[in-house]
Design a protein around this ligand. Structure first.
Ligand code: SF4
Length: 649
């Protein structure tokens, strides 16, 4: 009897409408875990080189985590994975909610979909049967409406992941929604689902997850709750801009413990950093060309943490999460009920556009979730369009009369409608800033803020060069969840293994920008740990507690009965990361040629603001990072010896 994992995946061919179970041996899980590792290995092996991401050969995976439903905490994340139509390489997107436990209740660690249906369909994997059903009545519906209909049809416990009009219209900014508006938003995987005419999946069942040592699992979870119960004095929300200003002013920094942020997440959610991030230089302003001076505390006041949670009716917890960083808000933005917007949304539709109107942010958050579009990429692409308008590359003749001036909230609302409908200028923008810049030309590529085609998130790489490195070097470029130096500090892996560097307690900020072997080792260890917890289905915010407080390694052993060391587990993370990179190489990506847009790397550096003068030596950093992972330091291709050692063919 498998322990922690179900030992089975579901293969679905939408061209023929058939479904097949496939059993995987325990050795597979011991090598790859589940979640990201399961998907990486299956997709690397089975998607043929050169497959069209929007064609039948692409395989779209919905995977649960190894630790989901085992009595561990923070382990309700699921992932969508496939070949990305945005980057042409490995694509993944990670989301919370309640879909992940339902996948395992349905009896599977993952569902893998190939082929393309002739007519719209949805997949129902409910109570032991898997069926491809007509979705004629659902096509054209928003994600929320789709979810409500399918829950009515298959029972309230059933969990639904669906696309909206964005995915149906193959927008490369399309994601996949579950739990009334949580989004696996990145990598354009909603368009992959749309290309397959797969409107939704519905999952439920009664399967139980066996666990090797349930008492130990419980005891470990109690330890985590004990850490979270300790009181940490939090500043009032109104003080957060000052915190950010102070951090920007100091020439030195200290290694960060993540517990303060974890407690801030519990009180406010990710919006806790809305204003502090602007002031410290973490949040890009005005399409990465501005600074905190352009969007200071008086302009960002509408999105202070306290004002945002004043709209919150109740906290929202993903499955098995003791923190509950989400929130359900009532009667705001024109909607009766809506998820609280996240930091990324508040800033991509706020400071990035110089938009001060919080109601517009609430409105667009819900609107985009229902349309099934990524708020980060949408904000980033609108910022690109606004800069084009400012520079005269777009005029009112192109915009359908919209005055696309910075901060014009009503124009932003209308442009979002046009993007969702792919009308007029909205059609050019619906695939993200990189595609739009390619179509527009005239030098606009210089301010399309992306990496490898993926619009950049709201963390300024000029503040944390670790972001600049991993925006450019991770197999999914342009993503803030892949790691940075700050995350490495918070993970505190050096307390669990001697094989990773321990950063000094205090350091000058200048030292962060050096391309040293130590920086490469920090980023490499961060990637390995990230992919390990993605295999387990763990939320990154739980990982911010630090590996010495969040017993990921012990949970894995107690759940499975394996007796692996932290180093063994980091080697699994290494295998997953290398498999993702090997996928890219197999599909013709040249990693050396993928970089974030020069502006995001401080090329040229800004002349004012918190990141004044900062420039990132990205090529050298990439070489150091690749060397640490056993990849070729010049090309970024995994070396044959590394592939053999990690048993990746
Ligand atoms: S910390 Fe937030 S995102 Fe993470 S599992 Fe909990 S509620 Fe979900």
């Amino acid at each position: 009897m498998p322990k922690a994992f179900m030992g089975k995946i579901l293969l679905v061919d939408l061209t023929s409408g058939t479904t097949t179970d496939e059993v995987l041996p325990e050795a597979f899980y011991q090598q790859n875990l589940s979640g990201m590792g399961l998907a990486a290995r299956i997709l690397y092996d089975r998607i043929p080189a050169g497959a069209d991401p929007l064609g039948p050969e692409n395989m779209l995976a919905f995977v649960s985590g190894l630790l989901t439903n085992t009595g561990s905490l923070f382990t309700g994340r699921w992932m969508a994975c496939g070949k990305s139509p945005v980057t042409g390489g490995w694509g993944d997107s990670n989301c919370g909610g309640y879909l992940s436990p339902a996948l395992k209740r349905a009896g599977y660690d993952g569902i893998f979909v190939t082929g393309c249906a002739a007519q719209p369909v949805y997949l129902a994997v409910v109570n032991g049967s898997a069926e491809v059903k007509s979705a004629d009545d659902l096509w054209g519906q928003e994600t929320l409406a789709t979810e409500l209909v399918l829950k009515e049809r298959h029972g309230r416990r059933a969990q639904v992941a669906s696309i909206g009009p964005g995915g149906e219209r193959l927008s490369l900014m399309a994601g996949i929604a579950n739990d009334k508006g949580r989004m696996a938003a990145r990598s354009g995987l909603g368009a992959v689902m749309g290309s397959k005419k797969l409107k939704a999946i519905v999952v439920d069942g009664k399967e139980r997850v066996e666990v090797h040592n349930r008492d130990r699992m419980k005891a470990l979870s109690q330890q985590v709750l004990g850490h979270l119960a300790k009181k940490v004095p939090l500043p009032p929300g109104s003080v957060t801009p000052l915190m950010g200003k102070a951090m920007a002013a100091l020439p030195v920094a200290n290694t960060m413990d993540g517990m303060l942020y974890v407690h801030m997440l519990r009180k406010w959610g990710t919006v806790s950093m809305n204003q502090a991030s602007i002031e410290m230089g973490d949040s890009p302003i005005k399409n990465w060309s501005g600074t905190s001076r352009d969007f200071g505390p008086s302009r960002s006041a509408s999105v202070t943490p306290d004002r945002i949670i004043a709209k919150e009716e109740k906290k929202y917890h993903c499955y098995s999460c003791p923190l509950g960083c989400g929130g359900i808000c009532k009667n705001v933005g024109g909607f009766e009920e809506t998820h609280k917007p996240e930091y990324e949304t508040c800033l991509s539709l706020g400071g990035l556009l110089l938009n001060e109107d919080a109601d517009t942010i609430f409105y667009l958050n819900e609107k985009l979730n229902r349309a099934g579009l990524d708020t980060i990429s949408t904000g980033s692409t609108i910022a690109f369009a606004m800069e084009c308008f400012e520079k005269g590359l777009l005029t009112t003749a192109d915009t359908g009369g919209l005055e696309l001036t910075w901060g014009n909230a009503s124009a932003i609302r209308k442009l979002v409608d046009m993007i969702i409908a792919r009308e007029g200028l909205g059609d050019m923008l619906a695939d993200g800033s990189a595609v739009a810049a390619k179509k527009l030309g005239q030098g606009s590529q210089d301010f399309a803020m992306h990496a490898g085609g993926q619009d950049l998130p709201m963390h300024d790489s000029r503040l944390d060069p670790g972001h600049g490195l991993l925006f450019s070097a991770d197999p999914t470029p342009g993503r803030h969840t892949t790691g940075c130096y700050l995350y490495y500090e918070m993970y505190q892996l050096w307390r669990s293994t001697k094989k990773v560097p321990k950063p000094s307690m205090f350091f000058t900020k200048n030292s962060k920008y050096a391309a040293t072997p130590e920086k490469g080792a920090m980023a490499a260890a961060c990637s390995q740990f990230t992919q390990l917890y993605n295999g387990a289905g763990l939320c990154m915010f739980g990982a911010f507690m630090g590996a010495h407080r969040l017993p990921l390694f012990d949970w894995l052993n107690a759940a499975t009965g394996w007796q692996l060391t932290p180093d063994d587990y980091l080697a699994i993370g290494h295998r997953i990361q290398t498999t993702r990179q090997a996928f890219n190489v197999k599909h013709g990506i040249a990693p050396r040629e993928v970089n974030a847009t020069a502006r995001a790397l401080g090329q040229p550096p800004q002349s004012s603001g918190p990141n004044k003068g900062r420039s990132i030596p990205v090529d050298k950093l990439k070489s150091e990072y690749w060397r640490q992972l056993g990849w070729h330091p010049e090309t970024g291709e995994p070396l044959p010896a590394t592939m053999a050692r990690l048993d990746i063919n």
